[in-house]
Write a protein that binds this ligand. Sequence first.
Ligand code: GLP
Length: 244
Amino acid sequence: AVFKDNAEASRCVAREIAALIRERQRQGRRAVLGLATGSTPLGLYAELVRMHREEGLSFANVVTFNLDEYQNLPPGHPQSYHHFMWTHLFAKVDIPAANTHIPDGNAPAADAEESCRRYEQAIAEAGGIDIQILGIGRTGHIGFNEPGSARRSRTRFVTLAPLPRRDAASDFGGEEHTPRQAVSMGVRTILGARRVMLLAWGQHKAPVVRAAVEGEVTPHCPASFLQEHDNALFITDLAAAGEL
Ligand code: GLP
């Protein structure tokens, strides 16, 4: 779906999420959201906060699972995704802290695999993800599934590719301070969501959006695996759709 601009697109995605939350409230059930970080979903989170404040949208029955987290940053670190989520969404709505889940980038090496397995298990126990929000990196990554990520990959620790590390370096005050590893849901984890909404804004995303939507399905562009999902939607502004 192509929108005039990201504000209009973000409002549309927020309305769909709000409809799911309200439907589940009526049924006395929980809504399970998969969430992303980066600049892309900021408009969506701002709109959800507005709906909470002005329209009484409650997040009391919402459970969230974030895609990824950097390795070995304290949770309060300004660049941690934990900090990002609390700043832009969780602290501004009425979601119970216990309902929010972010992969544990601080798991000690000996417990790393087990902590990833527990994350997968927590998703399964919540009943699976209803709506997964995604951004897309310039390499075609989703979460931190860099090119080369297998379709069957699950939550695991991954090494960041040079380009995303360089993209992140300014946030960390230089490449030498930028984490080398992260923990990320796998491609298979993401494809397990019942609905996937990938958001992309701006001309710089146009080539990768084209590769993901029209290119061959390949681990070289992990976002291309979404072509195999029967309920995945790419949501772009005019600029990001410019090469389709
Ligand atoms: C990071 C995140 C991704 C995000 C990507 C794009 O690599 N791990 O989840 O999609 O950046 O970031 P932005 O939305 O700022 O373009």
